[in-house]
Design a protein around this ligand. Structure first.
Ligand code: SF4
Length: 64
């Protein structure tokens, strides 16, 4: 089972809070821009949900 993740990059301000919650999914690249994987293992759902909660821009969505 996997979960699908969508980040609205027009909202994302690249603060990186999500990176702390789910580093397996979210990273900041060398230019401090957010990169993420669009599909992750179900076992990471809890971490991704934490990232959704912590994102100050409410830019992250789990696509059911
Ligand atoms: S926490 Fe939200 S605004 Fe910050 S980098 Fe992650 S998706 Fe972007």
């Amino acid at each position: 089972m996997t979960i699908k993740i969508d980040v609205d990059m027009s909202l994302c301000q690249h603060y990186g809070q999500c990176v702390f919650e789910a580093p397996e999914v979210f990273t900041l690249n060398a230019d401090d821009k957010l990169e993420y994987v669009a599909e992750a293992d179900e076992s990471l759902r809890h971490n991704v949900e934490a990232a959704v909660d912590v994102c100050p821009m409410q830019a992250i969505r789990i696509v059911e």
